[in-house]
Ligand binder design. Structure first.
Ligand code: PMP
Length: 318
């Protein structure tokens, strides 16, 4: 069996597939080694009917990893096509037959004594996988609080890439929200408009229009956000607007949801104790969830190009 003791049999680290137990670093590497790290979060969805696993927008995620690495001056030693094959190979080796999260992490190995100018270091690259069931169409909802923390701004950190250090910002906002009795947070950017949630982008519906903060609002260049804008326009025929969003628009929206690889589509039914619309999942959110689900599970052939088949069943049969 692929799963032993709650973890997959293999991960991939610095050019090789290795057994999980064999991938260790010395404890003194903790600390500064990940301050300069960047990462990706990718999903693969299992389809019961075809017994196949599909990775969602694999190339786009790996291209974003390459951009993140460029931004923080880490060299990527593998072409995107090769990394793509590496991930498919890892999923097959682990015989993954469930919804799964794939996490590439690039970091600067051997940081001892070089805290600031970590230049010319060999970039280490780890790819590991873990189960992550989908919550689409499950009726899951969240409440949100507008955080007292501001979203990191492009003047201090690069919000548009998956820079691990940025996530301290989201953690602070997330912890504040939980302690105050909410599920998640919305961060306002340095310019005073809505940026995003910790680990997810924000979309709202008002008068039948889908509105989302633009990419200069201190948001991650999100792949789910991009996919949902395409689906909203092309499948639901909605007008989609990317622009600055005011805080009070969250309170007066008919529908609000967060979106992202892990978040998928998560309906937000209350913000700062204001009901969003009727305080229940709205019709546009529901429709978009259905369409997104159909695309991810291969029931909407138009967007087959977004899905990379892994070949899990074929590999197991060999
Ligand atoms: N913002 C942040 C800060 C994130 O970490 C994520 C998750 N990657 C998102 C937005 C959504 O991005 P994506 O759709 O590419 O997963």
């Amino acid at each position: 069996m692929a799963e032993q003791g709650g973890h997959p049999t293999y991960l991939w680290w610095n050019g090789e597939r290795r057994r999980w137990e064999d991938a260790t670093v010395h404890v003194t590497e903790l600390g500064w080694s990940t301050v300069g790290a960047v990462f990706e979060g990718i999903r693969a969805y299992w389809d019961d009917r075809t017994e196949e696993l599909h990775v969602f927008r694999l190339r786009e995620h790996l291209e974003r990893l390459a951009r993140s690495m460029k931004m923080v001056r880490l060299d990527l030693h593998y072409p995107v096509d090769e990394l793509s094959e590496t991930i498919l190979d890892l999923l097959r080796a682990n015989e993954v037959r469930e919804d799964t999260y794939i996490r590439p992490l690039a970091y600067s190995a051997d940081t001892s004594g070089k805290r600031f100018a970590q230049l010319g270091h060999q970039a280490a690259l780890l790819i590991n996988t873990s189960p992550m069931p989908s919550h689409l169409l499950s009726g899951t909802t969240q409440t949100a609080k507008v955080s007292s923390w501001r979203r990191v701004s492009d003047e201090t950190m690069p919000p548009r890439i998956k820079n691990l250090s940025n996530y301290r910002n989201g953690q602070l906002a997330g912890m504040e929200a939980r302690l105050d009795g909410y599920d998640t947070a919305f961060l306002i950017n340095a310019g005073g408009t809505v940026a995003e949630a910790p680990g997810a982008c924000v979309m709202l519906v008002r008068d039948g229009r889908l509105i989302t903060p633009d990419v200069t609002s201190s948001i991650l260049e999100s792949i789910t956000r991009d996919a949902l804008m395409v689906l909203a326009r092309e499948v639901l025929g909605l007008e989609v607007v990317e622009r600055q969003v005011d805080r009070t628009e969250l309170y007066l929206a008919d529908e609000v949801f967060t979106c992202g690889t892990a978040a998928e589509i998560t309906p937000i039914v209350g913000v700062d104790k204001y009901d969003v619309g009727s305080g229940e999942i709205g019709p546009v959110t529901r429709e978009l969830e259905q369409v997104f689900h159909d695309v991810l599970r291969g029931r909407e052939e138009r967007y087959a190009g977004w899905r990379t088949p892994v070949g899990v069943t074929a590999a197991a049969a060999v």
